[in-house]
Design a protein around this ligand. Structure first.
Ligand SMILES: [Zn+2]
Length: 418
């Protein structure tokens, strides 16, 4: 007998109400801020666990503070299809980045409660995706992927608390973090629903899209060196102005990126000596560079670097470059892209839109132990990491339908493979 189905719109309304309920777990009364290993992290885990239990899942918090729920498949101890996203936020966050994907996953588990599946179904709320507290992103999902780096224990937050101390304060044992790691044979696949955090779906008037790949960023520190001199007494031919050179470099970076499919951002600049009547002798800039493939990104960096060096040489400046971060692109498995694409078509979109994710996600970390797939949900004006983040109930309703259909799609592939 087919179990009674919830009305799709009602399921979405409940997901949105729960997103709003999670807003209460914040470090500040007037804005949303929920970072790793804090009382508000524990509170969000508890609320999420209660919803998981209502969906028929058995819950636990793992050795890295991630909240899990699981129901068994038709055979006990079968590997699990994992659905999830993250429960932590940036400071002054919106209500949907991360949380929406966790709560949609719980809604799907609830709907499938009476539906037999050949694998176990798990939902995870990752504890730290944003890296807002310790400056290192994806801590929760990297623990699950078994890629935890012991060097991270000495990372400190703004109050000087080390990651090790924060673990202990949360009631976790740093020596046991390895127990959070899952083995590849325990995971069928990982599916993550997430707001798009960009404007493409809205521009194309679509509720949903499927992700082809998650960009891996490269981040650089650029130091432009000139000569600090008197602002009045130094004529132009004698100047080696590091700030003007840096300004020209920033414009060139944007020009090159705009003419390509890459996206580049200079988000920080610091000038020395930084006085009103002194020519800048040094300018330090950050550069964040992303593309759909590592090759495109690396080729763009080679061009940018050559152009920055040319600009600096023309002005008698030198430039020093150091790479701060480099992550490889994480492709979504082609079979999961197809499963999600097909699932979206059941919501009335006959030609679902493919997108590459310019933002990082937990799925990148999970990719080292399992095939990954991602479903994007339209968000208003592409706004994210901001309290004005907004989603439409109809899009969430379609998203829950598609995610449920994708779980059944994975089960079909699983059967066909056996
Ligand atoms: Zn996110």
């Amino acid at each position: 007998m087919t179990p009674p189905r919830h009305d799709a719109r009602n399921g979405a309304a409940e997901v949105l109400a729960r997103c709003a309920e999670l807003d209460a777990f914040t470090a500040a009364p007037d804005r949303l801020e929920r970072v790793y290993l804090t009382p508000e992290h524990a509170g969000a885990n508890r609320a999420t666990a209660a919803w998981m239990e209502r969906a028929g899942l058995t819950t636990w918090v793992d050795a890295a503070g991630n909240q899990w729920g699981r129901r068994e498949g038709s055979t006990p101890d079968a590997p699990a299809l994992v659905l999830g996203s993250h429960l932590d936020t940036v400071p002054d966050a919106g209500s949907y980045d991360g949380m929406l994907g966790v709560l949609m996953a719980i809604a799907v588990a609830e709907r499938l409660q009476e539906t037999p599946l050949p694998f176990a179904l798990e939902v995870v709320g990752f504890s730290d995706e944003e890296g807002a507290r310790f400056g290192k992103a994806l801590l929760g999902s990297q623990a699950v992927a078994g890629t935890w780096d012991p060097a991270w224990w000495e990372l400190r937050d703004q109050s000087g608390v080390s990651l090790r101390e924060a673990f202990t304060g949360f009631g976790l044992d740093p020596e046991r973090v390895g127990e959070a790691a899952r083995r590849p044979e325990q995971v069928v696949a990982y599916l993550e629903a997430h707001i798009e955090q960009g404007p493409e779906l809205e521009a194309a008037d679509r509720s949903l899209g499927y992700v082809t790949t998650i960009a891996g960023a490269r981040r650089f520190h650029l130091r432009v060196l000139g000569e600090a001199r008197h602002a009045g007494g130094t004529p132009y031919p004698r100047r080696r102005d590091a700030l003007v050179g840096a300004g020209e470099a920033i414009v060139a970076i944007e020009r090159l990126a705009r003419a390509s499919d890459c996206i580049a951002t200079v988000g920080q600049i610091e000038v020395r000596p930084g006085a009103v009547n002194v020519i800048a002798g040094q300018a330090d800039l950050s550069l964040d560079l992303r593309a759909a493939t590592d090759d495109e990104r690396d080729a763009m960096w080679d061009r940018m670097r050559a152009e920055i060096e040319r600009i600096c040489a023309q002005r008698g400046l030198t430039v020093e470059v150091s790479e701060q971060h480099r992550a490889s692109v994480a492709p979504c498995a082609s079979w999961l892209q197809e499963v999600i694409r097909t699932a979206i078509t059941t919501t009335g979109d006959s030609e679902p839109m493919a997108l590459w994710s310019r933002a990082g996600h937990d799925a990148m970390a999970v990719a080292s132990i399992a095939d990954i797939g991602m479903l994007f949900v339209r968000c208003r004006d592409g706004i994210s990491h901001h309290p004005a983040e907004e989603v439409r109930e109809i899009d969430v309703a379609h998203g829950i339908d598609a995610l449920e259909r994708a779980v059944l799609g994975v089960a079909e592939v699983w059967h066909a493979d056996r």
